[in-house]
Design a protein around this ligand. Structure first.
Ligand SMILES: O=C([O-])C(=O)C[C@H](O)[C@@H](O)C(=O)[O-]
Length: 402
């Protein structure tokens, strides 16, 4: 089998990669809707893969893996890897989890990062109301994540939050030392959320990036009473293209609140110090940014050797991203906690993708299916209606070779 073309199209807001082959089999993967601009880099990778055998996934990746980088510049390489697994699974008539070593679980716990409502003025009461909304969601999530501190918009809604003046956008623009009023707002919001959630659901906190180590230690010690699932991306994370392993380790050893990072990291090499020094208790690679499914699995196995947990990121990965997370998470070792449940960008996405269960989440778990490839297929006629007009021929079979 040979790759005859690799294309990218916008379906609604989400960029979708399609790998075409000479045997009438194609594979798909989705890129975070919030970074659609990276799709323009596809031309860097495409010529390197034309003519290659897509079922030899690693051999293909050896040609392009070196040309990715920290979030968001690993996204196209990662999406190509995922689409290659989709082709390989369909060609062999097996689900991708079989190719990654086989599933070790039939259902996977997911955590909520995407089912949300407005936080209004970001008062503790608003955080509590938002938590009540998420806890009432039909998915019945057992772990719910909320942004506090320098993640999201708590800072601009709280007078005198940082000693520095606040900067505006793009996402997560601020860093520096917290004032006493900033610290109180965080602790009060967490107390209000935990009060609403009760003892049986756990609260995970997305907190940064941008904190100082002493502030993190002080605040996490105050939060120990609330049984926090993890404190994420405190120092670095999101779109910060490096990782402060030594800083995380100082925090990790000073508190019982589990620390968590890694969604922005590309490749196993960038997890090495974090894992070998046990700098965080939990890592959160995103298959759509880390280099794909095999890369994530390798990192999970390595983390397991060191007693480090894994809770993969994925909130903006869309339904194909959800399918990819199910395939890889089915095969991960027992250090898996849960993966972040991706929602479709627009509700019509649920009508153009076949193969997901209905409902998708039951009692906080998704089910691992056995359909070939990623286990999902486009209803191509229905999906074509949502193609960007510039990408009208996306589902056609004309190829680069013709
Ligand atoms: O952990 C998360 O869900 C996030 O940090 C959400 C953010 O929107 C993140 O995906 C980002 O900044 O791209």
């Amino acid at each position: 089998m040979k790759i005859t073309d690799i294309r990218c199209a916008r379906i609604g807001r989400s960029p979708v990669i399609r790998v075409l082959t000479d045997e009438g089999i194609d594979g798909f993967a989705e890129i975070e809707h919030s970074k659609a601009y990276v799709a323009h880099t596809l031309d860097v990778y495409r010529p390197l893969l034309l003519g290659a055998d897509p079922t030899q996934v690693e051999r293909c990746m050896l040609r392009i893996r070196r040309m990715g980088a920290s979030k968001p510049w690993g996204a196209v390489v990662s999406a190509i890897e995922i689409a290659l697994w989709d082709v390989a699974g369909k060609a062999l008539g097996v689900p991708v989890h079989r190719l990654l070593g086989g599933k070790v679980r039939d259902r996977i716990r997911v955590y909520n990062g995407g089912v949300r409502t407005s936080l209004g003025a970001h008062t503790p009461e608003d955080y509590a109301a938002s938590m009540a909304y998420m806890a009432a969601a039909p998915e019945n999530f057992s772990i719910i994540k909320e942004g506090v501190g320098l993640h999201g918009f708590m800072a601009p809604h709280t007078p005198d939050f940082l000693y520095n003046d606040l900067r505006e956008g793009p996402l997560h623009p601020n860093r520096g030392s917290l004032t006493p009023s900033g610290i109180s707002r965080i602790v009060d919001a967490v107390a209000a959320m935990k009060d609403t959630l009760g003892p049986h659901r756990r609260l995970a906190l997305d907190m940064g990036p941008g904190w100082t180590v002493p502030d993190a230690i002080r605040v996490l010690r105050e939060l120990e009473q609330f049984d926090i699932a993890w404190a994420e991306d405190i120092l670095t994370g999101d779109f910060v293209p490096w990782n402060d392993a030594a800083g995380y380790r100082e925090i990790t050893t000073a508190t019982t609140v589990p620390t968590h990072t890694g969604e922005q990291l590309y490749l196993r090499h960038n997890f090495r110090e974090l894992i070998e020094t046990r700098a965080v208790r939990v890592i959160g690679p995103d298959p759509g940014d880390v280099g794909g499914l095999a890369e994530l699995k390798w990192i999970a196995e390595f983390a397991d050797l060191y007693g480090v947990g894994i809770a993969p990121h994925g909130v903006s990965n869309g339904l194909l991203g959800l399918a990819a997370l199910i395939q890889v998470s089915a095969t991960l070792p027992d250090n898996l906690i849960a993966f972040e449940y991706p929602l479709a960008t627009d509700t019509w996405w649920y009508d153009i993708v076949d193969g997901l269960t209905e409902p998708i989440v039951t009692d906080g778990y998704v089910t691992v299916g056995d359909r070939p490839g990623l286990g999902v297929e486009f209803d191509r006629a229905a999906a074509s209606a949502y193609l960007d007009p510039a990408d009208a021929g996306f589902f056609d079979w004309t190829t680069a070779e013709e």
